[in-house]
Design a protein around this ligand. Sequence first.
Ligand SMILES: [Zn+2]
Length: 141
Amino acid sequence: MHHTRRIALLLRVLWALPCSVVGALLGIAIVALGGSARRVDHTIEVALAVEQPHTPAWARQLRFSAITLGHVIVGQSHEALAALRAHERVHVKQYELLGPLFFVAYPGASVWALIRGQCPYRGNHFEKQAFAQAPAPTQAA
Ligand SMILES: [Zn+2]
């Protein structure tokens, strides 16, 4: 990789780091509950492994397939994470652009969608961008 591109990637990773730390803490909790984590390129993918009997009931009730927190992507399973990778990578790029501001901007975009009478998920600017660039096969967060 070219030197300046490497520095640019480092800066994007650092800018998104506060969000990635939140994702890492969630990931550690999930691994402690029987989930598993894998490094895929410059991201960490964490699977809930809901089929395991000691996973709490609340985890089985979750209505999402995957959620991105900085460079950490949490999903129901590694299969779901692979299927949703292109969609979630758009969110990773959004985190690299907005850094910690994403934690305000994303819910703000959902509120803005509600105000306009749209679905807080499908009407969310960041989801519209992700679905436009990488249509997800199932519900993605
Ligand atoms: Zn999404």
